[in-house]
Design a protein around this ligand. Structure first.
Ligand SMILES: Cc1cc2nc3c(=O)[nH]c(=O)nc-3n(C[C@H](O)[C@H](O)[C@H](O)COP(=O)(O)O)c2cc1C
Ligand code: SF4
Length: 500
């Protein structure tokens, strides 16, 4: 059952909230604007306060290697010359993870080095290129019930007792294992909640998913011993590939965010209290810093609010932010929600997707989220975090994101002290040149995102991410020669180019 949590949408309006009116600046106004002033991020000067946050495009090889499509994708964002561009969540473990980038071995270095070179070239050196590095735990597809009971459920005396109690037939206590499995299956969906424990039921209904609380699993117990080294190795590779910095992925549904979560009940010193929950993150930061040195940008993306029952709130986030700043992180990028805990049940054969429930909707809010809409929705979180960090005596830049799509919103956020750099994911996907167009006084040429999440739907299906607006710009029956298209020929893989 999902209960209301602070900061969570209460209801979805039937009608979408309209896009805010946009008043675009002249070139002179933009030149004087906060948005286009340089800023220092640790040892690095960034030319302007515009930021394209991580977005997975599903374009790597199945082995996680950079492809020509990755080069085109990041090259295209770089051509819009944002102050900072962050490469997608890139895996630090040398395991199968589909067409998402990996940085888990030196064999990935040639591709990543080429990627950095492409971004430098396309942005003419104007864009700083960071890479988000991530660890995630196993998530399996939702199984057929028959398969689950036959193959996956670890049967025990508890199941015998439960089935005997449920049917009133004591013979189940002595049944052989195969008969017991069949009996549990045939008891039917209405009985399963009484026959299985909560985790078993979750595995049946949503697919098996590992959690940081699974201390009975040796590899989960050992995460605190393993992860600092893996993150440090990955950060070192990022530096060797030429990235300007690394963003430690401590947000959303993944391992490090689960350690920071109030739902982390580990009793091994890495859970429970706030201090315990922050401990692994601080050990990761320390290991990374020791490996890459003080003259390299290391920051994090983490959650201002998990937006789940019993999850971490803004008070936790402010506390973590101060600890991270104390530990010497160079930037703090704030996101919200995106958890497995409240995700929708996937169809059989599909994996649960952490952006389908209320917390997921807060992470990538649409115009139907509620009457307030998605626009600047998550800025109160970055504002509170920034205040806490400043009160603790740190100047660490804070990055705000979430529905930011006009010059005035961006400028106001900076003027209000809500953040120090303004991130826009979907608006930059809709139009990778939008920051540059505004800077040149040509805002009336900006293609505006509609915040209806067609792109996110593609991400959910693990399809190459594109924007629906790009497709309006070509004739499907007669596509221009050389235009890269999705395998079905219906979607263009890149937005049109733009030259001032
Ligand atoms: C297709 C897609 C992929 C995304 N991939 C990532 C990711 O790899 N890492 C991450 O931290 N956030 C990811 N996000 C979330 C965005 O970075 C951003 O936080 C979110 O979309 C809200 O910002 P916006 O309203 O400007 O789009 C993704 C978003 C989209 C739409
Ligand atoms: S697909 Fe929709 S939500 Fe995604 S970037 Fe394009 S217009 Fe925006």
């Amino acid at each position: 059952m999902i209960r209301y949590a602070p900061g969570m949408a209460k209801s979805r309006p039937r009608k979408p909230v309209p896009l805010p009116e946009a008043r675009w600046p002249s070139a002179a106004e933009a030149e004087a604007a906060r948005l286009y002033q340089p800023i220092q991020i640790g040892p690095l000067e960034v030319r302007e306060r515009t930021w394209v946050p991580a977005m997975v495009p599903w374009r790597a090889t199945g082995d996680g290697v950079v492809t020509p499509e990755n080069l085109d994708w990041y090259g295209r964002f770089a051509a819009g010359r944002p102050g900072v561009l962050v490469a997608e969540a890139t895996g630090i473990r040398d395991i199968e993870s589909g067409p998402l980038l990996r940085i888990s071995h030196d064999r990935f270095l040639p591709g990543l080095t080429e990627l950095v070179a492409r971004v430098r070239r396309e942005s003419e050196g104007a864009t700083r290129f960071f890479i988000q590095i991530i660890d995630f735990l196993t998530v399996r597809r939702r199984p057929e019930p028959a398969r689950y009971f036959e193959r996956y459920l670890q049967v025990s005396e508890r199941h015998r007792d439960a089935l005997a109690g449920h049917t009133g037939d004591d013979a189940w206590r002595d049944a052989d294992e195969a008969a017991l499995r069949t009996g549990l299956l045939e008891a039917g969906a209405d009985a399963w909640p009484a026959l299985l424990d909560a985790r078993e039921l979750q595995s049946l209904q949503y697919g098996y998913r590992e959690a940081v609380n699974d201390l009975h699993l040796p590899h989960i117990r050992e995460l605190p011993q393993v992860l600092p080294g893996l993150f440090a190795d990955a950060a070192d590779r990022a530096r060797r590939a030429g990235f300007d910095g690394v963003e430690l992925h401590f947000a959303h549904a993944y391992t490090m965010a689960s350690f920071l979560s109030r739902t982390n009940m580990r009793d091994d010193g890495y859970g429970g209290s706030r201090e315990g929950r922050a401990r692994l993150a601080l050990e990761v930061i320390d290991a990374v810093r020791k490996r890459v040195g003080d003259d390299y940008v290391v920051g994090t993306r983490f959650l201002g609010d998990e937006v789940i029952d019993g999850g971490s709130r803004i008070e936790d986030a402010c506390d973590y932010a101060v600890r991270f700043a104390d530990a010497g992180l160079d930037f703090l990028s704030v996101s919200k929600g995106g958890k497995f805990d409240d995700a929708k049940q996937p169809r059989i054969g599909h994996a649960v997707y952490p952006y389908t429930g209320p917390s997921g909707h807060e992470c990538m809010p649409t115009t139907r989220i509620d009457e307030a809409g998605p626009f600047g929705r998550n800025l109160p979180l970055s504002a509170a975090i920034r205040r806490a960090v400043r009160d603790a005596g740190h100047e660490t830049p804070v990055i705000g994101a979430g529905g930011i799509c006009t010059f005035e919103m961006a400028e106001q956020a900076l003027a209000n002290g809500d953040c120090d750099l303004v991130a826009a994911a979907r608006q930059s996907l809709a139009d990778p040149d939008w920051f540059w167009k505004m800077r040149l006084g040509r805002g009336d040429e900006v293609v505006r995102c509609t915040y209806t999440n067609y792109c996110e739907g593609l991400d959910q299906q693990h399809k190459q991410v594109t924007c629906k607006l790009w497709d309006k710009l070509f004739d499907r029956k007669d596509p221009p020669p050389g235009l890269p298209l999705s395998p079905d020929g219906l979607r263009r893989l890149l937005p049109p180019s733009w030259q001032p």
